[in-house]
Write a protein that binds this ligand. Structure first.
Ligand SMILES: N[C@@H](CCC(=O)N[C@@H](CS)C(=O)NCC(=O)O)C(=O)O
Length: 219
């Protein structure tokens, strides 16, 4: 039974799954879902996921949504390297803590900022008011600072000395990703010029974490 992944690499949760599967030599059939084109609203895709969101994993009749559930499923099913989700309950606790927190506090805030700064202007041809953009960027900054102060503290990675699923998810959210820039350059807008997410909370701890994580992920 083949493993099918429905992804749009513009989406950080999708990128986490894509990178994880590639790094762990998990074989899968890749089904691109172009969110900007509205593929997720098609009848065919709705039949796969009535929530009309990516990522989606399918294996025969079995379907799974939600990036964290998918990543955990892959670690269990494919016996990936132990450090991604180690058996030690306290390390697991730290990884779970970040994975539970990031949905609302990092992913959603980043997504709102991205929409206001880039996607709404692309779709409507009109800039969002600067105050609104600043407000949303402020929310991103507060949470990236919390990421540094609470989740990293003085550790190299979220769960301690070794990279884990939590760092993978965080890195995919906080990077200026080449899949995104490629995608948006096609539409005539450069991600790097338009967004300055990397400027947030550039504390020595976060800078060090970012460098180490990017190294581990071979980015
Ligand atoms: N909590 C979900 C988030 C899924 C999600 O919001 N996916 C976005 C892309 S990042 C999506 O499919 N958006 C399409 C829409 O809402 O119309 C996860 O971690 O997988």
């Amino acid at each position: 039974m083949s493993l099918e992944l429905y992804l749009d690499l513009i989406s950080p949760p999708c990128r986490s799954i894509y990178v994880f599967a590639k790094m762990n030599n998990i074989r899968f059939d890749y089904f691109p879902v172009d969110l900007l084109r509205g593929d997720h609203h098609s009848k065919e895709f709705e039949a796969i996921n009535m929530l009309k969101t990516v990522p989606v994993l399918k294996e025969g009749d079995f379907t799974l949504i939600e990036s964290v559930a998918i990543l955990l499923y892959l670690t269990r099913k494919y016996r990936t390297s132990i450090y991604w989700y180690p058996p030690d309950v306290q390390l697991r606790g730290l990884i779970d803590e970040y994975m539970a927190w990031q949905h609302d506090s990092i992913h959603l805030k980043m997504q709102k900022f991205l929409w206001s700064k880039l996607l709404i202007p692309l779709i409507t041809g009109q800039e969002m008011p600067k105050e609104k953009q600043d407000e949303l960027l402020g929310e991103v900054n507060v949470n990236v600072q919390l990421f540094t102060d609470h989740f990293l503290k003085d550790k190299p990675f979220i769960a301690g000395n070794i990279i884990s699923l939590a760092d993978l998810l965080a890195a995919m959210e906080m990077m200026q990703s080449s899949p995104i820039s490629r995608c948006l350059e096609v539409t005539g807008t450069s991600w790097r010029q338009s967004l300055e997410l990397e400027t947030n909370a550039e504390s020595p701890t976060k800078v060090l974490w970012k460098e180490k994580t990017h190294q581990e992920l071979e980015l």
